[in-house]
Design a protein around this ligand. Structure first.
Ligand SMILES: C[C@@H](O)[C@H](N)C(=O)O
Ligand SMILES: C[C@@H](O)[C@H](N)C(=O)O
Lengths: 158, 158
């Protein structure tokens, strides 16, 4: 099927949490997410990129209402996974474009990032699956970015 | 709907590319993905986590057949985005669990990471959307990890 952006979604009810520089060895992610399961905390997005010097950052977003519980849970586990710090940011929002096989179209991907850049907005985090690309940006910019993306891809924001 | 893992997918035909320590300012991601669009390179997964000291890593996976073109494209752009290095790894594979609202179930997320950990396998990268969680691991481990996940979630690998 020809890749096409079918929808735009925006989520302002989330907060970002990052366990910085945890040990990059088997079992560490399991410990972190076991603790979140113990606290019954649903996840919104999980991102881990390349490790460096045997350490890695594990970043995820949760519902804002769960932020305090999440920080309590992460403070219980941070020594066991040797996190250098637990960072959080509740001034962020997520904007996503959705469509069948959109990663198959480099023009669509460039289109999203270029539209955000032309609003002079910095992209804080990126996560994707074959039918969705999500960017974390400053919450204060979400309105103008959503409008610009809706215009670029000729959509209505959901 | 009750979150449930409906499928397991495996992809061994990909390679990882990371632009390390690019400038973390508006427009940088657009430059990187413009170059990939110029080369007509489809993407498989894009991951960017938290920045540090005004720099960030932009990581993505492409089809193995596109790796050489991708490296050529990234070497053309690396100075403009001030990347410290262009890293690649073609010894990786991706395993994903798929299901409606699986991020809403912290037990399922923990289940995936714990199953990989119990095979003593390190998770290299993580990316997710609301219905899919993907892990990049060593290609040599993909068989046993896929089998263990299929057993854990009572599925057949697609
Ligand atoms: C690193 C890159 O994503 C940058 N933050 C941008 O917005 O383009
Ligand atoms: C950092 C964390 O993901 C680790 N690599 C693990 O496999 O658990």
């Amino acid at each position: 099927e020809e890749p096409l952006v079918r929808a735009l979604t925006v989520d302002e009810g989330i907060a970002k949490v990052v366990l910085e520089r945890v040990l990059d060895k088997p079992g560490i992610a399991a410990k972190i997410f076991k603790k979140l399961a113990d606290y019954q905390i649903s996840l919104d997005m999980i991102v881990q990129s390349m490790h460096k010097d045997g350490r890695n950052d594990v970043a995820f977003t949760v519902a804002k209402d769960d932020l305090q519980d999440t920080l309590n849970a992460m403070n219980e586990i941070k020594d066991e996974v040797e996190a250098k710090a637990v960072h959080y940011d509740d001034t962020i929002a997520k904007v996503s474009i959705v469509g069948v096989n959109i990663l198959g179209s480099p023009e669509i991907i460039y289109g999203m990032f270029n539209t955000i850049a032309s609003e002079d907005v910095n992209i804080d985090m990126i996560s994707s699956s074959n039918s969705r690309v999500s960017c974390i940006i400053s919450k204060s910019k979400i309105g103008k970015v959503a409008d610009a993306l809706a215009e670029r891809f000729k959509l209505k924001a959901l």
